[in-house]
Design a protein around this ligand. Structure first.
Ligand SMILES: CC(C)(COP(=O)(O)OP(=O)(O)OC[C@H]1O[C@@H](n2cnc3c(N)ncnc32)[C@H](O)[C@@H]1OP(=O)(O)O)[C@@H](O)C(=O)NCCC(=O)NCCS
Length: 339
């Protein structure tokens, strides 16, 4: 029998090539929310081309089957040499994992040319989860992630919240709104509380104070969405920051908790729940005062993070979906360069 395996070829995505994949990009755009669980429709094709042209943020590869473009991979090179693999889109299901693998291999070959990378981080959102059995063949490991939502449009979450009984805050402790002067101490809290968490496996910035500062800067500077200082809750004891729950708006109608952490000696004393409750209350107030419109507050949490899942559930958040998050460490980077 004749071998009918099609011929695949991968090319680096540059401005010129981006001009030839309009249909492919529009196919992805039309499926982004339903198939890839995007929270909003991605950028327009013309803006996508501009991002590729700028060459400082979005990068990628295109895969051709018998000279026809049938898929692409997009990634961003973040600080600390973290490579965020944002998306692999293949136009149909035919031989889909062979095509995905060819794209990831092209990325790894490119990264290995310079060795300037520490980790590739790839959330397999939506239909990408069908890659979960094959991506380990390229060396990737996996953690499970759950998206938890507090929906104002549902009855359950507000009802649980209304009937919530939390412990009293200890004397000397208070919950404050975000102020810029908390930046350094809050970064320390994030570093201390996340350095042993699964998040650090795919985001090594949590492993250092400098890296944690970079993440807190991104949140408070509004790079992940509009930062809400008045809904952000800071646990303070004698002028020391002991915990923080950040809140932002991902888009016009979705509020998000990008990070919540309590410093270790204060864990398991009810402070996580108190901070989260305070932040939810603040979001509700902002909605009532017409400062924001939000249908829900959401967060992402590892499926093995029992205290965090319990905390979210107790406040009224419900698990909506889970997805695998793949990560690959660079075995060849030196200790100083790496993690
Ligand atoms: C998740 C986190 C913020 C929770 O804060 P916390 O103050 O320690 O938690 P709380 O005391 O409010 O407890 C929340 C629930 O988890 C349970 N819990 C807390 N720590 C626990 C532990 N070590 N083992 C078992 N259960 C635990 C509590 O009993 C409580 O459940 P309950 O209401 O049914 O009794 C905190 O553990 C932390 O900073 N973790 C590291 C960072 C992180 O993972 N953040 C979340 C992802 S963004």
């Amino acid at each position: 029998m004749q071998n009918i395996e099609s011929l695949l070829k991968v090319e680096k995505l540059d401005y010129e090539l981006s001009g030839k994949i309009k249909d492919l990009f529009e196919n992805f755009r039309s499926r982004a929310i339903k198939d890839y669980k995007f929270e909003m429709t991605p950028i327009e094709y013309s803006d996508f081309r501009e991002s590729i042209k700028a060459d400082d943020a979005l990068k990628g590869f295109v895969i051709f089957e018998d000279s026809i473009p049938v898929g692409f991979l997009l990634y961003i090179l973040e600080t600390n040499n973290v490579v965020e693999l944002n998306l692999i889109h293949i136009v149909d299901n035919v031989d889909i994992n062979r095509k995905r693998k060819a794209l990831v291999q092209a990325l790894l070959d490119k990264l290995n040319e310079t060795n300037q990378w520490n980790v590739v981080s790839y959330p397999l959102l939506g239909i990408q989860d069908s890659f979960v059995r094959e991506i380990p063949q390229l060396g990737f490991k996996m953690v499970g992630q759950a998206i938890v939502r507090f929906k104002f449009t549902d009855r359950t979450s507000p009802l649980i919240f209304k009937n919530l009984v939390t412990s009293e805050i200890q004397q000397g402790y208070s919950i404050e709104e975000w102020k810029d002067e908390y930046f350094n101490q809050a970064s320390e809290v994030i570093h201390e509380s996340f350095k042993n968490a699964s998040d650090a496996k795919f985001d090594p910035r949590f492993l250092t104070l400098e890296g944690s500062k970079e993440i807190v800067h991104r949140i408070t500077a509004g790079i992940f969405g509009t930062f809400l200082p008045e809904a952000t809750s800071v646990l303070v004891n004698n002028g020391n920051v002991e915990g923080v729950c950040f809140v932002n708006m991902t888009n016009a109608i979705i509020s998000n908790i990008p990070l919540i952490g309590i410093k270790r000696p204060n864990n398991n004393k009810g402070y996580g729940k108190l901070l989260l409750k305070n932040s939810v209350e603040k979001v509700i107030k902002m909605i009532i005062n017409a400062k924001i419109m939000a249908n829900e507050i959401n967060a992402t949490v590892e499926t093995d993070n029992y205290p965090a899942l319990r905390m979210y559930r107790k406040i009224g958040f419900r698990e909506d979906c889970t997805y695998p998050h793949a990560y690959l460490h660079n075995a060849n980077s030196t200790k100083e360069e790496a993690i």
